[in-house]
Write a protein that binds this ligand. Structure first.
Ligand SMILES: Nc1nc2c(c(=O)[nH]1)N[C@H]1C(S)=C(S)[C@@H](COP(=O)(O)O)O[C@H]1N2
Ligand SMILES: [Mo]
Length: 255
């Protein structure tokens, strides 16, 4: 009974949140069906409230080949300016290394070939961007949980931070993102090196981008250079856990 009441309160808050946003001129954003729903949930509720309707362990919906978008568009940085990145891209990322460091027992780095040799997961999922577009793509990569088992996180590790190769136009800082350990160990959280059966294009984050399927597009860091396990964000950027979070976006961007 208490739960039912909590849920009622929760839906009322969700609704009023959506209503406020509708009044504030965000109409253009409601053009897709899913959008009003996610506005209600992610913009007006804490992640604790979100637990009431969906457990964080649940799986994101997966689709079939027939559902694939004709093309998967690019958003944000389409090609990092960094000359080192561009030289590496020209060499087909043959000398790329993904570094894992921070609060782990066993720091390690992987080449792209080594990542491709590990067991993989393939998933067809829908990507939702806050700018009001969605696309369905087929991603193949290695589960982050598999790499975490190798590096053995220390007990104090609470978050996984992804550092990216692209400097942002607005302030020159490098894009970065972070997720908690629950999402890090989720079976659908993969480091993708393939999109729609082809090597991940530069425009979509080559050579490696993360997929965190129950959150919004901006969490899915592209052009990943290193992964760091941390206990707080104090020493990173402006301390909010991500490039967009530092500018005011929500850290937990649940769909
Ligand atoms: N490194 C990096 N990662 C990024 C971005 C970016 O600009 N740089 N943009 C984010 C946003 S807002 C979205 S919607 C997706 C877009 O992914 P796509 O280019 O494959 O469509 O990447 C996210 N990850
Ligand atoms: Mo986005």
């Amino acid at each position: 009974m208490a739960l039912v009441n909590d849920r009622r309160r929760f839906f009322r808050r969700a609704l009023s949140g959506a209503a406020v946003l509708a009044l504030s001129g965000c109409d253009r954003l409601s053009r897709t069906e899913w959008f009003p729903k996610f506005l209600g949930i992610s913009e007006s509720l804490s992640s604790a409230a979100q637990h009431l309707i969906t457990t964080r362990k649940s799986m994101a919906q997966e689709f079939t080949e027939a559902d694939l978008s004709p093309q998967f568009r690019s958003n944000g940085t389409a090609k990092p300016n960094d000359p080192q990145y561009q030289a590496m891209a020209a060499r087909g990322f043959s000398d790329y290394r993904l570094e894992l460091r921070g609060l782990i027992e066993q720091p390690v780095s992987f080449s792209l070939a080594e990542l491709r040799e590990l067991p993989s997961r393939t998933q067809i999922t829908r990507h939702d961007c806050v700018e009001g577009w969605s696309a369905i793509g087929k991603w193949k990569g290695v589960q982050l949980s598999m790499l975490l088992e190798r590096v053995r996180p220390k007990p104090e590790a609470r978050y996984v931070v992804f550092r990216c190769a692209d400097a942002m136009e607005n302030d020159g800082t490098l894009y970065y993102e972070s997720i908690d350990m629950e999402d890090a160990y989720h079976p659908q959280t993969i480091l993708a090196y393939q999109l729609n059966d082809a090597p991940l294009p530069v425009a979509n984050g080559a050579p490696i981008r993360v997929r965190v399927e129950r959150q919004l597009g901006y969490k899915m860091a592209k052009f990943i250079t290193s992964i760091e396990l941390v206990s707080t964000f104090d020493h990173i950027g402006r301390g909010k856990g991500g490039y967009w979070e530092d500018l005011g976006y929500q850290w937990y961007a649940g769909i």
